[in-house]
Design a protein around this ligand. Structure first.
Ligand code: MG
Length: 233
């Protein structure tokens, strides 16, 4: 029986990756490192999960081996601040997200978040969409501060399940990316995947089902609680 839905954030609830990319580029310019990430490059870089890890990976490919952990942490901190500033002007929830959250709440399906992004960024997203995420109704928000292990490590989903006090077969994950699907499946969860702008080329074949968006599961109908309950391995 389905008791909870656990959502990924970036790309799943909102197309936030473009805002992340813009924030990175502004900070790179201000810091004078001479880097600029194009959408095509960023699509590749997103295969590395976690902002700090992504910066380190890029520095290595640019042969900038002398960049310290402190430099990276500082760039990432500035980027998180910049992201929060940009978000209110750029964020909208993906189609069908608000409808599904409302239906879950009206049917007493519990809500949680399992993300590699920081908890601060989740709050920023909810504020940016005028509270449409109903974040205060989510029972647990597990992010990169609580669980440093990045997806595809299943830890963030395992912790979300622990906090809900549920077994994997009592919940379902909603994801947009290959690493996220792998993480959810690694925790034993069913996983509904809906690719976003930046993950359109990802291999999502490990998901229980792949759909276009939460507003259209392929037949023009939205994803409902009944549909989620029906999804089985
Ligand atoms: Mg995602």
């Amino acid at each position: 029986m389905l008791k909870a839905v656990i959502f990924d954030v970036d790309g799943t609830l909102a197309e936030t990756e473009e805002v992340h990319r813009e924030a990175f580029n502004i900070v790179f310019k201000q810091a004078g490192v001479g880097w600029f990430w194009s959408p095509e490059q960023y699509r590749e870089l997103l295969k590395v999960t976690g902002g700090k890890e992504r910066i380190r990976h890029y520095a290595q490919t640019e042969s900038m081996t002398d960049i310290s952990d402190e430099d990276i942490a500082s760039l990432h901190r500035l980027k998180t601040m910049r992201y929060a500033e940009l978000l209110p002007h750029a964020a909208t929830l993906r189609p069908g997200v608000e409808r599904l959250i409302d239906e879950c709440l009206s049917r007493s399906i519990r809500l949680a978040i399992a993300t590699t992004t920081t908890e601060v960024n989740v709050d920023a997203l909810d504020r940016a969409v005028g509270g449409a995420l109903r974040l205060e109704r989510f029972e647990s928000v597990v992010g990169g501060i609580t669980v440093p292990e990045k997806k595809p490590d299943p830890k963030v989903y395992q912790v979300a399940l622990e906090k809900l006090g549920l077994n994997p077969d009592e919940a379902i994950a909603i994801e947009d990316a290959e690493a996220g699907v792998t993480a959810a499946r690694g925790a034993g969860l069913r996983c509904l995947a809906s690719p976003s702008f930046y993950t359109i080329e990802h291999d999502l074949s490990k998901a229980t089902a792949v759909i276009e968006s939460l507003a259209d599961r392929g037949d023009g109908k939205p994803v409902t609680v009944d549909y989620l309950e029906m999804l089985a391995d």
